[in-house]
Design a protein around this ligand. Structure first.
Ligand SMILES: [Zn+2]
Ligand SMILES: [Zn+2]
Length: 103
């Protein structure tokens, strides 16, 4: 057992984040989860150096008409699902293949 330096809760040694206040023992800071945002990965905007927010998983179904995105999505043949991250500062959008789909 160890004690959270932020809220004094007892935290099992196996956990790196306090169950009570989200204090991160490795980085010595409180992890903030934004409303309606699940931080799946720590992805930073290369331009703004702010954390990009997870904005959902996008599913493409067979036969979907990609319109003018067609050429772009051809790069991802065999992939039908992407995690999308958005920079709230400059509006940059990044696509990531979910880890479960990476072979
Ligand atoms: Zn705590
Ligand atoms: Zn940005």
């Amino acid at each position: 057992m160890k004690y959270c330096p932020n809220c004094n809760a007892e935290v099992d040694d196996n956990f790196e984040i306090c169950w009570n206040c989200n204090y991160d023992f490795e980085n010595n800071e409180i992890v903030k989860f934004e409303d309606n945002t699940v931080a799946k990965k720590d992805i930073r905007c290369l331009r703004c150096d702010v954390q990009m927010s997870y904005s959902g998983n996008y599913d493409f179904h067979e036969g979907t008409d990609f319109g003018f995105f067609g050429n772009f999505f051809e790069l991802f043949t065999n992939r039908e699902s992407f995690d999308i991250y958005v920079c709230n500062k400059c509006g940059k959008v990044e696509f990531f293949i979910p880890e479960s789909k990476i072979n």
